[in-house]
Structures are given as C-alpha cells and as structure tokens.
Design a binder for this molecule. Structure first.
Ligand code: SF4
Ligand code: SF4
Length: 134
C-alpha cells in the first residue's frame, strides 16, 4: 500500500539517512514529493511511503521515537478562489509561507511548490475555502 505523510525532522536528526533506513530496515520505498530545509536546519518533507502496512506503521513508530514528527497528508491543498475573501487568516498559520497576501493587491497568493500539505490552514478559513483533494 501507499501512504503519504508529512515529516518534520529536527536539527538533531537531520543527518539520519531516512530513505536508506526505511528501505533497509523496513523494506519501504520512500518517494520524496516535496522537501524544504529551513535556515535553522529543520527539514520538512512530504513523502509517499510504499510497502506493507505493518512495516509502514513500524517505520512511522521508529521515526517518532527518534523525535521525527510524522503526520498523515491526505492530498493536495485546494483553494476555492471564488469563496476566498482574502482575509489573510490562513497565512498566519502556514509554516512555509506557501500562503501569503500579495503586498500590492492584498489578494491571497498560494505558492503550491512551498506547500507541505500539513493542513494547518484548512480549519482556519472562515469561509471554508481551503480543502484537500482526497
Ligand atoms: S497545508 Fe496549508 S498551512 Fe500547510 S504548508 Fe500547505 S498551505 Fe501552508
Ligand atoms: S482564510 Fe480563507 S478566506 Fe481568508 S485568505 Fe485564507 S483562503 Fe481566503
């Protein structure tokens, strides 16, 4: 099976060869869909894990024991531009600045390439303009 997850790797674990360990220790193929390393060396990844469900669960448990945060990522973020009122509330919770207000037009700007599908923005929208596509 496949499971898409968002992984946050703290500074003390940034040197762990994650994909290698997942393959070698758990027989899981890890396909990195998106990766960002912040200036303070915290890494955020969206990864698709492929393998047996029990092994995926064991791998997630192993990562969590190593202070690596793992969340389910259910798909891609979708912004309903017709509903959005450009209030900017979602920009305040986005950890990667994928959501910003344009400084000139004050319109919401969604920079998909920066999105790690953490879904923190979804419940903040007062008009339910943000959703995931799965
Ligand atoms: S899911 Fe929302 S809050 Fe998370 S990175 Fe993407 S746009 Fe930002
Ligand atoms: S919180 Fe909702 S309405 Fe406000 S800018 Fe974000 S998507 Fe648009």
């Amino acid at each position: 099976m496949k499971k898409r997850v968002t992984i946050t790797v703290p500074r003390n674990a940034i040197r762990i060869p994650l994909t290698y360990r997942l393959e070698k220790d758990f027989n899981i193929a890890a396909n990195i869909i998106r990766a960002q390393v912040a200036p303070n060396q915290i890494g955020k990844l969206v990864v698709e894990l492929q393998g047996e469900i029990d092994r995926i669960d064991a791998a997630i448990e192993w990562m969590r024991m190593g202070d690596i945060q793992v969340f389910s990522a259910s798909g891609e973020i979708v912004i309903d531009e017709d509903s959005c009122v450009d209030c900017g509330l979602c920009t305040g919770v986005c950890p990667t600045e994928a959501l910003v207000l344009d400084p000139v037009t004050f319109k919401l700007n969604f920079r998909r390439s920066r999105c790690i599908v953490c879904e923190q923005c979804v419940p903040t929208c007062p008009v339910a303009a943000i959703s995931t596509n799965l």
